[in-house]
Design a protein around this ligand. Structure first.
Ligand SMILES: *Cc1c(COP(=O)(O)O)cnc(C)c1O
Length: 241
């Protein structure tokens, strides 16, 4: 089949991001295969997800259940893994567990309990990343979700002991405030140290999700296994998403 204009555009953007990841891996002395690209498709239509799948993308991410649920349903025939990366309310758990392969924004016990119950009910296994707030300061949780580093161990143990859930690792978003503001690579290096700690008790929890369009190089340099890229593949979003 021929390339549509949108397909040509997405193919070029993907090639550019691929080149950036490959260069960052080379600079860090890492194999390209150590880093998985997750394309964040939030605010973009299911037709774009379909094109990305044709172009070889295998991991997509969404941050709002209202948008994600119909998109995942429209793309159910595609060989995609769906990641949920937004703040998750317990009243959305039933829906999200229906399509998400991995929830990257696990940050509190009540959410874990609700997800486990639903995963067991529908007979699915859901991968979980603990979202770490590196700007949480003395409080337990960050402004934009996430648990403070001191809360990781307890939450990880809860996930690991919950039927229907699988502890896959850690996720963070480079903080805009606090001691790591403007220091993306330092924040990702901190996440790697926390990951090393976590893997002592949970050796299979190897995923480290960090880095977006603007800072994927710093994430790869720090050791991230997964980068979450939206804008650089799909274009600037029409609204904050
Ligand atoms: C939107 C989003 C991304 C992608 O951000 P870009 O800057 O568009 O690449 C990554 N992670 C999370 C949690 C997001 O919400």
């Amino acid at each position: 089949m021929g390339m549509t204009d949108r397909m040509t555009e997405l193919a070029a953007n993907l090639a550019n991001v691929e080149q950036r990841i490959a260069a960052a891996c080379a600079a860090a002395g890492r194999e390209r295969g150590e880093v998985t690209l997750i394309v964040v498709t939030k605010t973009y239509p299911a037709s774009d997800v379909r094109i990305l799948s044709e172009l070889g993308v295998r991991h997509v991410a969404e941050n709002r259940d209202q948008d994600a649920a119909p998109k995942a349903a429209a793309c159910a025939d595609l060989p995609l893994k769906w990641h949920f990366v937004g703040q998750l309310q317990t009243n959305k758990v039933r829906s999200v567990v229906g399509y998400a392969d991995v929830v990257q924004s696990v940050d509190r016990a009540r959410l874990v309990t609700a997800m486990s119950k639903e995963a067991v009910r529908v007979g699915r296994e859901v991968g979980c990343l603990i979202q770490v707030a590196l700007d949480a300061g003395e409080s337990l949780r960050g402004e934009r979700g996430g648990v403070a580093p001191g809360g990781i161990e307890e939450l990880a143990a809860l996930v690991a002991g919950s039927p229907g859930l699988r502890l896959d690792g850690l996720m963070t978003v480079a903080p805009l405030t606090g001691e790591y503001a403007g220091r993306e690579q330092a924040s990702f290096e901190r996440l790697m140290v926390l990951s090393t700690d976590l893997r002592r008790a949970h050796p299979a929890a190897t995923m480290v999700s960090a880095g977006m369009s603007a800072d994927l190089e710093q994430a790869v340099a720090a050791g991230a296994t997964h980068v979450r890229v939206g804008t650089a593949v799909l274009g600037v979003r029409p609204r904050l998403g």
